[in-house]
Design a protein around this ligand. Structure first.
Ligand code: NDP
Length: 244
C-alpha cells in the first residue's frame, strides 16, 4: 500500500493501521521527513515492512518516481491511498488570492489526478487475482460547499468525488476498485498545530455525534476499502462525518 501524505494526521493513522493488519506500506511525505521516518520506525519495530518516500504530489516527475520507488521497495503495489491535501484560512471567495486558489487546486486536485494516473498504470491485474484498490480522501465539504469558509477547498473535493465516480467505471474491467472516504471534522494538524481552534471545536459541537472525529476513525474506513473485505464496493463515496 502507498499512502500519500502519510507523515501526519489521517495518512499516518492509515499507514500504522494498515501495517498492523499485515500490509507492507510506503509512507509518502512532502516536508515532514522526521515524522514519516518515525512512522516507518514504528512499523518496523512491530515487525512490519515500511519505507518513507519523499514527493511533492503537485510535481509530475516526483509522482512518477514515488510510484516507481514504492513498487520496487514493496515488490509491487496493490492499494493506493490518495490522501495528501491542504486547507487554507477561512474567508470568502472574493477575498482569496489567485496564488491561494492555484495552490489549492494544484495540491488537492492536480495532485490527486497525477497520483490516480500512476495508480491506473500500475495497479491493473487479471480478474482471478485480488482487486487493486484506490481510495481518495475527499471531504464532506464536497457536498456542504463550505460557504464563507473555504469554497475553494470544497470545490477541489467535489472534483475528487467526480473523479472517484468516473474512474471507478473506467478501471472496473481492469479489476481495480476506486472509492472515496469523506471525513467530517477530524482532529488533526490540518486545523492548527496543537489542537482544534475554537471555530472547529464549535463545529464539532454542531456535529450530530457531538465531537470531532479521530484520524483512526477515518483510517478504519480507508483500510477496509483497500481490503478484499470490500471486494464488491467500487464507486462509493463513504462519509465518516459523525452525521454531519
Ligand atoms: P494533515 O495536515 O495532518 O496532513 C496532511 C498530509 O498531506 C501531510 O502528511 C502532508 O505532508 C501531506 N501533503 C500536503 N501537501 C503535500 C504535497 N504537495 N505533496 C505531498 N504531501 C503533501 O491533514 P489531515 O490528515 O487532516 O488531512 C488528510 C486529508 O484528509 C486531506 O486530503 C484533507 O483534505 C482530508 N480531510 C481532512 C479533514 C479534517 O478535518 N482533518 C476533513 C476532511 C477531509 P508533509 O507534512 O510531509 O508536508
Amino acid at each position: 500500500m502507498l499512502v500519500t501524505g502519510g507523515s501526519r494526521g489521517i495518512g499516518r493513522a492509515t499507514a500504522l493501521m494498515a501495517a498492523e493488519r499485515g500490509w507492507a506500506v510506503a509512507v509518502n511525505y512532502h516536508s515532514a521527513k522526521a515524522e514519516a521516518e518515525a512512522v516507518v520506525a514504528t512499523i518496523r519495530g512491530q515487525g512490519g515492512t515500511a519505507v518513507a518516500l519523499p514527493a511533492d504530489v503537485t510535481v509530475e516527475a516526483d509522482v512518477g518516481r514515488l510510484f516507481a520507488e514504492a513498487g520496487a521497495a514493496l515488490g509491487g503495489l496493490d492499494a493506493v491511498v490518495i490522501n495528501a491535501g491542504i486547507v487554507a484560512a477561512s474567508m470568502t471567495l472574493a477575498e482569496m488570492s489567485a496564488a491561494r486558489l492555484r495552490k489549492m487546486v494544484d495540491t488537492n486536485l492536480m495532485g490527486a489526478l497525477l497520483c490516480a494516473r500512476e495508480a491506473a498504470r500500475i495497479l491493473p491485474r487479471p480478474r482471478e487475482e485480488a482487486s487493486g484498490a484506490i481510495v481518495f480522501v475527499s471531504s464532506i465539504a464536497a457536498r456542504l460547499g463550505s460557504a464563507g469558509e473555504y469554497v475553494d477547498y470544497a470545490a477541489t473535493k467535489g472534483a475528487v468525488d467526480s473523479l472517484t465516480l468516473g474512474l471507478s467505471r473506467e478501471l472496473a474491467a481492469q479489476n481495480i476498485r476506486v472509492n472515496a472516504v469523506r471525513p467530517g471534522l477530524i482532529d488533526t494538524e490540518i486545523h492548527a498545530s496543537g489542537g482544534l481552534p475554537d471555530r472547529a471545536l464549535r463545529l464539532g459541537k454542531l456535529t450530530p455525534i457531538g465531537r470531532p472525529g479521530t484520524a483512526e476513525e477515518v483510517a478504519e474506513a480507508i483500510v477496509w476499502l483497500c481490503s478484499e473485505a470490500a471486494s464488491y464496493t467500487t464507486g462509493a463515496l463513504l462519509d465518516v462525518g459523525g452525521g454531519r
